[in-house]
Design a protein around this ligand. Sequence first.
Ligand code: NAP
Length: 285
Amino acid sequence: MACGGADGCPVVPLRNGRGVPVLGLGTSHRGGYSHDAVVHALRQCGIRHIDTAKRYGCESLLQKAIKESGVKREDLWITTKLWHSDYGYENTKKACMESCERLGVEYLDLYLIHWPDTHVPGKSNQEVRAETWRAMEELYEKGVCRSIGVSNFLISHLEQLQEDCAVTPHVNQVEYHPFQRPQELVDYCRSREIVFEGYCPLAKGEALTHPSIVQLAKKYGRTPAQICIRWSIQNGIVTIPKSTRAERIQENCKVFDFTITQDDVEILNGMHDGRHVSWDPSLIV
Ligand SMILES: NC(=O)c1ccc[n+]([C@@H]2O[C@H](COP(=O)([O-])OP(=O)(O)OC[C@H]3O[C@@H](n4cnc5c(N)ncnc54)[C@H](OP(=O)(O)O)[C@@H]3O)[C@@H](O)[C@H]2O)c1
């Protein structure tokens, strides 16, 4: 695997020949946004992958941080997401161009449909997702989006989309941390060459005080956050921890100079209890 910044960060190959750095920086409306932390991540930590969304409201702020960092556009992997208020064929194309404008870029490395639920009265979810995906495919063909994908899609949503699409999603971004390891979905994605990307790798901080994780951190002389991030990576999952604090971003990037033994990976794998920290599962139909 090629190197994607962050001191030895490997790049995970996509079906279309592109490669996404396995470790990225999350941003979101929850917990705030820090300009200085993003600049630090890019300049000092070698982060080359940023995850954002229209919904997070920080695309324009990211444009400023990227500019200030001096990192070249072609050295960066930028993911943003389409919010459900913009679903549908025309709206999707417009929303994508608006995201590009806010981010100050001519193309996106990855554009994701943020949620499977579409909230369009009088139309089925499948119908709206299919129309939306047609626009995503067009954006991909034009090169505005160099890869396209989905987020929070379950197997049933992916199967439905498969009936309607010409291009299979390159990525599915889903919650993934020691308490939430949806292995069936991971296996399904892999069988279709859909790269599995995991969000909330620290379970929004909940995983960092769990006694087993604290114990493993002591054993490896690492921090609980590093154990969670390294575990995701060793399971082959692209991961995007978020922090608004420069020193924590630095810490979260130092995960390429140690290996968790398979026995300890199994301990972490065994912690899945099905809990979601990001959303209420009843919201997805
Ligand atoms: N596709 C989707 O629907 C979706 C949903 C949720 C999230 N995401 C993406 O995934 C990213 C990550 O998810 P997330 O932010 O919800 O959860 P997360 O990365 O699991 O956890 C972030 C929390 O952990 C804290 N933290 C980070 N590093 C730490 C460290 N080394 N030690 C102690 N605490 C630390 C942060 O606080 P401080 O800021 O104070 O450090 C923040 O409160 C988001 O930013 C977003 O890009 C996508």
